[in-house]
Write a protein that binds this ligand. Structure first.
Ligand code: DX5
Ligand code: ZN
Length: 216
């Protein structure tokens, strides 16, 4: 069963408490929280105060995806705001190994996200330091885009490396995940499915989350 991480980027921001309650009633495992700075990606979403206020509405894991430049400047701040997993982009980190150590010293799980064009080789030498590899299956910045099929090959290859080294590292897929492609993504070796529009634009989000969770 995959870990299901609904992305609140697609939630109704006027009713975040109700959206959080809905997720609490569902079998969703993580809250996926997309932070954008208008520099690393061509969009601005939400940041620390929103995450901090959401923290009081749920016990579920906060999976914070930083689409920002110089993410190392904000490690402590996101820990204080309530992040459990802090994911930085490999393309935004000149000193990735140091950043990962810092995130773990701050008692969070360390995640690394890769844009669609970034080869998985870029993290091979630090794979044992990474708790979650987030493979972007769209170009980051916006919800509601289409899944890039080549991602399936990246998942298969990365899963081979993880299994060969017997690592606990999780593979998370972010962008364009639907009820139609989720089975192929899990079959390729993904552990975590992020879903924004598939969940929040659904007639019955709780049922949609349950359907994603049942995928083998
Ligand atoms: C994209 C974000 C995603 C996004 C996914 O930049 O990182 O988490 O919310 O949205 P969907 O599932 O609608 O593609
Ligand atoms: Zn994301």
């Amino acid at each position: 069963m995959p870990i299901i991480a609904p992305s609140l980027l697609a939630a109704n921001f006027l009713h975040l408490q109700a959206e959080s309650q809905m997720l609490n009633q569902s079998v969703a495992d993580w809250f996926h929280l997309d932070v954008m700075d208008g520099q690393f990606v061509p969009n601005i979403s939400f940041g620390l105060p929103v995450i901090q206020q959401l923290r009081s509405t749920t016990q579920k894991v906060f999976d914070v995806h930083l689409m920002i430049e110089e993410p190392e400047k904000y490690t402590e701040a996101f820990q204080k705001a309530g992040a459990d997993i802090l994911t930085v982009h490999v393309e935004a980190c000149r000193h990735l190994h140091r950043n990962l150590q810092h995130i773990k010293q701050c008692n969070m799980k360390a995640g690394v996200a890769l844009n669609p064009h970034t080869p998985i080789d870029s993290i091979k030498d630090v794979l044992h330091e990474i708790d979650v590899v987030c493979l972007m299956s769209v170009n980051p910045g916006f919800g509601g885009q289409s899944f890039i099929p080549y991602t399936l090959q990246k998942i298969r290859e990365l899963r081979k490396w993880i299994d060969a080294l017997n690592l606990p590292t999780l593979i998370e897929i972010d962008g364009g995940v639907t009820l139609n492609n989720a089975a192929a993504i899990v079959e390729a070796g993904a552990h975590v499915l992020v879903a924004g529009n598939t969940v929040f634009a659904s007639q019955n989000p709780i049922y949609t989350i349950a359907q994603l969770k049942q995928i083998q």
